[in-house]
Structure formats: C-alpha cells, structure tokens
Design a protein. Structure first.
Length: 208
C-alpha cells in the first residue's frame, strides 16, 4: 500500500516538481519517475536524430547522466521538457562528432503536427498518390524527403526535426537551441524554402 501511495504521489507531480525534489533531496524515486516519463519520447527523438538505435540508447543514458550531474543547476520553475531536449541534442551532436557522422532523419512514426510545423509541404511530398504505382511513388518520395532533409544545413535540420517530428512549440525549440523565437521561425521558413527549391529541381510535386 505504501508503494502504491508513493507511485500515485509521483504521478501527480509535474516534471518541474520531480526535478526540484531530486535536486533538493537526491531521492532516486523522483529521478526514476522522470526517466520513465521521457524514455519513449526522448529515445524516439534520438533514434531519428542519430539514425542508429544502439547509439541512441547510449546518448539517452548520457542525457540522464547529465541531468543527474547538472541537477544542482536546475532553476525552480524552468520547463523541464525543453531542458531535457537541449541536453539530449547536445549529447547527440557530441556523439556523432566523435564518430565522424552527421544526423540522419527517419520518416517513420512522425508525431502529428499543427499548423506551426512544416507538415503541409512534407506531407504533400510523401502523401498517397492514386494509381497502380502509388506504393512505389510513395516510397520514392519518402526516400527523397529523407535525403533532402539530410542535405539541409545543420541548424535548419535541427529546427525542422524538433518542429516536425517532435511537435514542439516555437518557444520550446527556442529554449532547446538557445535562440530567439524569431530565429526559430526564420530557420523553419528557410528550411521549407530550401526543401521547396530542391523539390522543384527534382520535379517532386503532389501528382508524382
């Protein structure tokens, strides 16, 4: 009964409350609850970003190691989600740099996005196309979009992944990448412009 009560108490806490408690008391149950909340979401993000499940697992572990080590720097009330993504992104970039690779992008299991993301363009490029060659054309489009995103400059690619795949808000992306909200919007605009330009060059349109 005591364990159930503790679990319910942890579930009722916000991310910010859990991290504040862990910072102040060092109670492992708070840290474990935070890891549990983000293990699927953050791991999926890292798999998309680094393109390798084993490496993503290592980066995930390093991310929460950094959370443990930097818990004393956490400021009361600071949103935890973008803070975790910022740490994870830095860890991913460092891991890729060490092995001489650049981020890759998977188009599988995209998180549904609102109007503030580049969903319209990418969905147009990978959407269903009627006719007997529909499946082939869809696969070709997905492959093209993946390669096109990989060719984007690093800053544009980071912003696009966070907005499109993780469905993060401008403000959250701003905190993660430590740039103004206006810069987030301009990077997304620039990323879409480059994708549109590459699509025109490759003759990619909604009619296949």
């Amino acid at each position: 009964m005591k364990g159930l009560t503790l679990a319910n108490d942890l579930d009722a806490q916000t991310d910010e409350e859990l991290l504040t408690r862990y910072r102040d008391t060092g109670g492992p149950e708070n840290f474990e609850a935070l890891v549990h909340r983000y293990e699927r979401e953050l791991y999926r993000y890292l798999v998309r970003y680094v393109g390798d499940r084993t490496l993503a697992d290592d980066v995930f572990q390093n991310t929460f190691l950094q959370v443990h080590l930097k818990r004393g720097l956490y400021e009361d009330g600071r949103p935890v989600r973008p803070w975790l993504y910022a740490i994870a992104t830095h860890q991913a970039v460092d891991a890729l740099r060490k092995i001489g690779r650049h981020p890759t992008v998977s188009l599988d299991n995209r998180v549904a996005s609102g109007d503030s993301s580049p969903a319209a363009l990418v969905d147009m490029l990978v959407g269903d196309d009627p006719g007997p060659l529909a499946r082939l054309r869809e696969d070709e489009r997905r492959d093209w979009v993946r390669q096109a995103i990989e060719r984007l400059p690093e800053t544009l690619k980071q912003t696009l992944i966070l907005a499109y795949y993780q469905d993060l808000k401008y403000r959250e992306i701003s905190e993660i990448l430590e740039i103004p909200v206006g810069t987030v919007k301009s990077r997304l605009h620039a990323a879409l412009a480059k994708l549109q330009e590459m699509a025109r060059t490759a003759n990619i349109d909604e009619n296949g």
